[in-house]
Design a protein around this ligand. Structure first.
Ligand code: 13P
Length: 250
């Protein structure tokens, strides 16, 4: 039913030469992965070089963010049209680091998603609570509100191109992964929210990734959970052997 999606988010790491070396090793090591999708999201600077290397391989290309306008006077911004033009299939939107350092809020995230879908890019909507929010018992309220706001105005057909990534902020880059049970509970809450918004069929088909200190030694347990349909991997995606082990989760 749901094809798992394992994605590497390199964040602001790797030169073009390092990206090429990683991509060659990754493609060589992937083998038969027809039962899962594998995606890498390098920095913008490596996209054009990696696109032809990844063509006709099982490794898909994505970007880490996008602006919502198609073109114009937006210094420093990259449009969905430009990403599509380079061969990107996916784009990450609303990552907590974008929300924290670059001012992306729910309304901006929603505009970016609508713009990305308008150009045929699949969007990975990132949601997740902070440590104080979890400790205060607000995690589910915060996360489901982010889901509602991020997907506002979308219809069932558009939802076919959406992936949600649950990334608790306190688990990102800390080595402090959510327990498989806690992650599963949040994924189930997200799916229940989707049932309310879009109905059973859309909710059952939509993939929900977990992100936050996913490593070779915890991926199998996370992926065994009923509502965990993939992983969005930061630090461990930088070393190709680790990423390959994660992509080959059992
Ligand atoms: P880490 O895997 O480094 O915790 O990062 C997760 C993440 O933010 C992926 O988008």
């Amino acid at each position: 039913m749901r094809t798992p999606l394992i994605a590497g988010n390199w964040k602001m790491n790797k030169t073009v030469a390092e990206s090429v070396e990683w991509a060659r090793a990754c493609i060589a090591g992937l083998g038969d992965v027809s039962d899962r999708e594998v995606l890498v999201c390098p920095p913008y600077t490596a996209l054009a070089t990696l696109a032809p290397l990844l063509e006709a391989t099982p490794l898909a290309l994505g970007a880490q963010d996008v602006f919502y306008a198609e073109k114009g006077a937006y210094t420093g911004a990259i449009s969905p049209l430009m990403l599509k033009d380079l061969g990107c299939r996916y784009v990450i939107i609303g990552h907590s680091e974008r929300r924290q350092h670059f001012g992306d809020n729910d309304a901006i995230v929603n505009k970016k998603i609508v713009a990305a879908l308008g150009h045929g890019l699949k969007s990975i909507l990132c949601v997740g609570e902070s440590k104080p929010q979890r400790d205060g018992g607000e995690a589910e309220t915060v996360v489901t509100a982010q889901v509602r706001a991020g997907l506002a105005g979308l219809d069932a057909a558009q939802m076919e191109k959406i992936v949600i990534a649950y990334e608790p902020i306190w688990a990102i880059g800390t080595g402090d992964t959510a327990t498989a049970a806690d992650a599963q509970a949040m994924h189930a809450a997200i799916r229940a929210t989707l049932v309310g918004l879009f109905g059973d069929t859309v909710a059952a088909a939509l993939r929900i990734q977990y992100g936050g200190s996913v490593k070779p030694d915890n991926v199998d347990e996370l992926m065994a959970q009923l509502d965990i349909d993939g992983a969005l991997v930061g630090g461990a995606s930088l070393a190709v052997e680790d990423f390959l082990r994660i992509a080959h989760f059992v």
